[in-house]
Design a protein around this ligand. Sequence first.
Ligand code: B12
Ligand SMILES: [Zn+2]
Length: 261
Amino acid sequence: MIRWCSYCQAFMGEKPPFDEPTFTHTMCSRCDRRLEQGEALDASTVPLRALMNRVLASARAGDETACADIVARARELGLRPDSVLVGLLQPALYQAGLDWQGGRMSVAAEHRLTSWCERAFNLLVTGSHPTPPIDLLILQTSGNEHTVGPRFAAASLASQGISVEVVVPALPLSEIKDLVRELRPRVIGFSCALPESVRVATDLVEQLRAEPDPVFHCRYLLSGFAFRMPGADCAAMVSPGIEIALTLDPGMFARPDASAA
Ligand code: B12
Ligand SMILES: [Zn+2]
């Protein structure tokens, strides 16, 4: 469930149930103060609501010609990339999953919507490669073709100051090892869209942790839709010492030296 401020329409993160593509409206502290001071806020919500509706309608129709204009409008309205990605595109994708599962959306229509979201993503986010050592390296597990989630996660965390590199699709183990030696991540995160991905990721972590080089003795974390699926209980498949992240909290990746400074 996605939390938006009902007044300024700022994206305020997610709350359980995480698999539901619904919106809940609350109030951010800034609007709370503005309201206490008697400011009329309703008018400020109109353009953002219109944009939200446009994103959902255009993505459903797969009208990629509208992407550039929509992204420009989001920038004009001061929306951060993570608000658009996690607050608008992610619920559209989750809804597509439910519609496909319920037989209300064809595979072709789902592909169109995904492609629309990828186009919007590429316009919204400029890929950057941080210098090592990095905070987080996000990797994909083999057998999992869901590349959008890890890319969204990386872009969202990067826009909140985390130095993150994402590599999709899956890499062979020897290349993962080379990449870890090169980037020296503090945390290695595997994106798991399907329950099977959790087993694959857990096996990979075991192999990486067994390496003698201290660069592999970092934190390991699993995340992705597999952990959000009702009833799948994927957390039970994870070995001790491997972390699980349900939401994109940048606090999880805060540098130990940052608080000391
Ligand atoms: C698009 C899509 C596809 C596309 C993927 C295209 C692509 N390039 O990514 C394609 C067509 C390939 C596909 C295939 C399949 N799919 Co699919 N797919 C989806 C769909 C509709 C959207 C996925 C998506 O992009 N979501 C939006 C992203 C942003 O959300 P997210 O992945 O959860 O990521 C967020 C967080 O989880 C987190 N996160 C993710 N990774 C990481 C990593 C780290 C380190 C961190 C910190 C955070 C993090 O941050 C992200 C941003 O908030 C989902 C529905 C859904 N609910 O997601 C189904 C869904 C995941 N697919 C499903 C299925 C069943 C399949 C297929 C098996 C279908 C089939 N029979 O062919 C195949 C499997 C292919 C494979 N081997 O992987 C099911 C899985 C259910 C299950 N029980 O396993 C879902 C849930 C649909 C449904 N409701 O049934 N799929
Ligand atoms: Zn607000």
